[in-house]
Unconditional design. Structure first.
Length: 186
């Protein structure tokens, strides 16, 4: 008499009273029965709502610079290429940043690169003492020509700007952006 395991279907060569071929199948059946009894005690799950079908790619508009379609691109994109994004950012900065900020950035950048050397003496009084740091300040007579500067000591620079604050920190990117936001909001 060829008996088969009730769990895996293999031949059962164990004793007559054994229903399963091995302890492994026996444990598997016990585990399944325990799980079924516990699931019977649980309340039934509510049915899941049907899934919405995937939508086809939506045309999110056109490139703000050239007008090319943005179909199939990242939804956050506003430009068809990185080059157009950079060019648009440059145009925005050119329109919205004041000549004052641009001139100061240009001088700072050129001094850091070594293209513009600060004068060791004041161009107005000839003093060799600058601010507390011992440097001279770059003074712009005309902000539309950012690299044409006069190097002045702090007292002479204050005299060139009567009524202006004298405790300004050296402009940083964050400080000038915040100042520009304050000017725009007034």
């Amino acid at each position: 008499m060829n008996r088969m395991c009730g769990e895996c279907g293999k031949p059962n060569n164990r004793a007559e009273s054994a229903k399963w071929c091995s302890k492994k199948c026996s444990k598997r059946v016990e585990h399944r029965l325990r799980r079924e009894r516990l699931n019977a005690l649980k309340p039934p799950r509510p049915p899941r709502p049907p899934r919405e079908p995937k939508l086809p790619a939506v045309n999110l508009g056109d490139c703000r610079l050239c007008g090319a379609s943005l179909l199939g691109l990242n939804p956050a994109r506003k430009y068809c290429s990185d080059e157009h994004a950079r060019r648009a950012h440059y145009e925005y900065e050119k329109r919205h940043r004041s000549e004052y900020v641009i001139a100061h950035y240009a001088v700072t950048y050129c001094v850091k690169k070594g293209w513009l050397k600060p004068s060791p003496t004041c161009d107005h009084c000839g003093s060799t003492v600058g601010r507390s740091t011992g440097r001279m300040s770059a003074h712009h007579e005309d902000y539309s020509r950012p690299l044409e500067v006069i190097w002045l000591c702090n007292p002479c620079h204050v005299r060139h700007h009567p009524g202006a604050r004298t405790d300004y920190p050296t402009p940083t990117k964050k400080a000038t952006k915040n100042a520009m936001l304050r000017l725009k909001s007034t």
